[in-house]
Design a protein around this ligand. Structure first.
Ligand SMILES: *[C@@H]1O[C@H](CO)[C@@H](O)[C@H](O)[C@H]1NC(C)=O
Length: 518
């Protein structure tokens, strides 16, 4: 009874939202859309869901292959869990390797190929694979989901990139990012960069390409080739992508040249605040003039994973500060925690960040959290753990949205003084508030943009007119190495001929003057 009631409410809400939010004309047809995120964290799913819901609200049928237990409860979204639980990043034990790449590298090396081997053996997945021709478009999670590319063979393909623009994929599509001012997922510097920074950034671009494509991808390819010997390579299927939806936005990051097929939808999960539950809003109100600090390490880096030595520092630091703290922490209690700290397993992050009294957001610097902080105008204190987080944290400090703190510098005193600096120096809150304004100032919403482009790719059977010819060139052709080589040869020959002539003319003149003198 309760279940059907809540389904009814959800349906009503969906109805309301599709009337209120969507400004697009109704679609001419109902499409079948396949979304694949077999290896993804909840945060990636949070980028997929707003698009899936918006498409389903427009009467398209959406099928999702994924592994989390999140549930959209939408009648036209068919969620299929593959239940291969080793492929769940939220089950990573970050404890021992906190702040290093070790766990992630092992995950890359062992679990990705394993997933490529096992995925198509899951009966529900195999069934969908068999009838993949029925789908009008395939949307794949861009990061680390190459094992899903066989689904996209001979189908229009869209990549959705939860971590934003990625240099090696962009290069594959013909838009080679210039390392003199664009960044990878590894590093962020303040533009204009110094000589040394440009050198380091060039190396970062190189590593971004080689690390994964040379070390991990061949292992996934081997597993896939064994099962599907007749398919083109995963890279060739990827190269045929029609559209890349980028979860990033130049307003808070970096303005870079994009192809017509690279569309920014950054902040698709961001939304205006809803009213808070009574107990939370009372807790926040009760903080008086000192205000509140909100602390969450997102979905992959659970609070209960934090090594004890760092937990001790958090506990000691929070006991010293006059602010109240709301901490997303997965255990019921934490020994020694002071009374100004409220622990909760789950929190409505965006509704909290939007509160005037929330002065700082302590974050791991994940892309989604960073966006939500900026969107709601809350300054950030970032403690990066892995992946693109160090890069996002450097962006946060370079752009003045807050400060970055590395684990090797993490002590009670440094932590407390950084919090104090962000709260007392108004430049951080002003900077982030100003950026929030431009970030929101768009002629359409990110959801509408993503929906429009998805339908566009379907309407035009993959929209080949979007394709940049650069993607079919070899690197010697792309960089005009052959032409530059020829020009060098021409210049060399001309100079050589001139020198030869000069010598010839010189010797004629010489012998002429000699004759005259005689
Ligand atoms: C490439 O994409 C087009 C349109 O999106 C599709 O029709 C074609 O079959 C794809 N080719 C391959 C080899 O997947």
């Amino acid at each position: 009874m309760w279940h059907s009631f809540s389904t009814l409410t959800v349906l009503l809400l969906h109805g309301l939202f599709s009337i209120c939010l969507c400004e697009l004309p109704p679609p001419d047809k109902s499409y079948k859309i396949l979304m694949l995120l077999p290896l993804s964290s909840r945060s990636h799913e949070n980028v997929f869901l707003p698009l899936a819901k918006a498409l389903a609200d427009r009467r398209h049928e959406v099928t999702m292959i994924k592994n989390s237990d999140m549930n959209s409860r939408h009648p036209r979204i068919h969620e299929i869990r593959h239940n291969l639980d080793y492929a769940d990043p939220s089950k990573l034990n970050l404890g021992e390797a906190w702040g290093t790449m070790d766990v992630i590298l092992k995950f890359f090396d062992e679990d990705f190929p394993k997933l490529a081997r096992d995925l198509y053996k899951v009966p529900k997945v195999a069934q969908i694979f068999k009838r993949r021709q029925e789908f009008d478009v395939v949307i794949i999670d861009h990061l680390f989901n190459e094992m899903a590319f066989p689904f996209a063979h001979e189908r229009p393909l869209i990549l959705l990139s939860p971590a934003g623009l990625e240099s090696s994929t962009s290069g594959l599509l013909g838009n080679v990012l210039n390392p003199s001012y664009t960044f990878t997922h590894q590093a962020f510097f303040r533009n204009p960069m110094t000589f040394v920074e440009r050198l380091r950034n060039l190396v970062a671009h190189f590593i971004q390409y080689t690390m994964y494509n040379i070390n991990v991808l061949p292992k996934i390819q081997a597993e896939i080739s064994e099962q599907f010997p007749d398919l083109p390579s995963l890279m060739d299927i990827k190269k045929n992508v029609s559209l890349t939806l980028l979860n990033s936005d130049h307003t808070y990051d970096t303005s870079v040249p994009l192809l017509p097929s690279q569309v920014e939808i950054g902040g698709i999960q961001c939304r205006p605040a809803k009213p808070l539950p009574k107990d939370l809003s009372a807790w926040i109100e009760g903080s008086g003039n000192e205000g509140v600090i909100y602390f969450s390490f997102g979905s992959v880096a659970r609070g209960s994973n934090i090594p004890q030595k760092y937990l001790d520092i958090f506990v000691a630091a929070f006991a010293q500060i006059p602010q109240r703290v709301i901490w997303k922490f997965e255990n019921e209690t934490l020994p020694g925690i002071s009374e100004n700290v409220l622990l909760r397993k789950w929190l409505p992050q965006q509704d909290i960040l939007a509160q005037e009294k929330v002065k700082v957001f302590i974050t791991h610097g994940g892309m989604m959290s960073t966006q939500e902080g900026i969107y709601h105008g809350t300054p950030l204190l970032a403690l990066p753990i892995f992946g693109d987080q160090p890069r996002n944290c450097d962006m946060i400090s370079a752009k003045g949205y807050g400060l970055c703190l590395r684990w090797e510098d993490f002590t009670v005193d440094v932590f407390v003084s950084k919090l104090k600096e962000i709260i007392e120096d108004k430049r951080y809150s002003q900077r982030v508030a100003a950026t929030s304004l431009v970030f929101r100032d768009k002629k359409d919403s990110p959801v509408d943009r993503a929906v429009w482009w998805t339908e566009y790719v379907i309407r035009h059977q993959g929209a080949p007119s979007l394709e940049c010819p650069g993607r079919h060139l070899s690197w010697t052709e792309f960089l005009l190495i052959d032409v530059i080589f020829l020009l060098h040869v021409v210049v060399f020959v001309v100079v050589w001929l001139l020198l030869k002539c000069k010598r010839g003319v010189g010797s004629i003149l010489w012998s002429a003057s000699k004759k005259k003198n005689e």
